[in-house]
Design a protein around this ligand. Sequence first.
Ligand code: NAD
Length: 331
Amino acid sequence: MDAMQKMEQLVEQLNQYNYHYYTLDQPLVSDKEYDLLYDELTALEAQTGVTLPDSPTVRVGGELLQGFKPHRHLASLWSLDKAQNEEQLQSWNNRALKLIADYNAKNPANPLPSPTYVLELKFDGLTLNLTYTDGKLVQAATRGNGVVGEGILAQVKTIKSVPLTIPFSEGTLEVQGEGIMNLSVLAKYNETAAEPLKNARNAAAGALRNLNPKTTAERKLSAFFYNVGYLENLEFHDHREMVDFLKNNRFKVSPYVTYHDSFDHVMSELKHIEEQRSSLDFLIDGAVIKLTDMRTREVLGYTDKFPRWAVAFKFEAEETTTILESVSWNV
Ligand code: NAD
């Protein structure tokens, strides 16, 4: 089989897996297996210089489910570039540093600041995009294909920690987060469930994309919010200001968000997160590293699929419903 034939086969196979994962919330293979095939396709695309039009490497998410009203996001939602080891992470950082240096060489009068980093947990649930107008929650949507998602307002309203009104009441904003099912809640649910749920990611995603909000309510979901994607009448200079805004507007923000001046510190902190991972009461599939400065983010911009100013460090796949005694960053 030549490279083109192999690429066609991988695109078809990965798109089939995407359909089961994103549209049906019933994955056919493990994330690890999916990621290996995805990496093989990426390598072949780099080698041949060809990207097939329906390749998953240039598309966000999957098809929308019928039955939900489509919602066009005010600002696009993205996937994340990923690194699976320190070398790949270092390469991501080197690319970002080079883009910053190139910009500064061309704009000596107004250079970008020295890069600093924020490190967050990468929650494994379903992306949520909430729209507030004049302080009221008016829509909630899935990520969908990044441009249009499924409207799931009634389902999201069953999450008790999602604020229905917020103090910020000057225009429209969109806030992104992750809908999750806590592992302790999943274990309790399974004690009496006629059909026990296998894993918390699919349990949360399936509940939020269920046409009956009563089913969603029964799963007792939670959510963490980490981004303001669209905002009128206010600007943030860095990530810290954005997180403060989320907190001040009563969004549930992860208790774990750390800031680092040096990339070496980011690397050592990642090890700490990985060690703590099994003591959490929710699933994470990695950590996300983002440049903190908003002007730098604007300059670095996006590929077809993800921002150049962020990267996901993926941990080994682990799907468990077991809760350990000590839960250090509980929800
Ligand atoms: P991604 O891994 O590219 O990450 C982007 C998502 O991360 C965002 O949409 C957001 O919801 C989430 N996220 C969680 N915490 C975040 C934080 N702190 N900051 C920013 N975003 C945060 O997501 P993707 O493109 O949906 O998924 C790709 C991955 O999904 C693959 O690498 C694979 O592991 C898995 N997948 C598995 C299958 C399968 O069949 N098993 C199929 C498709 C995808």
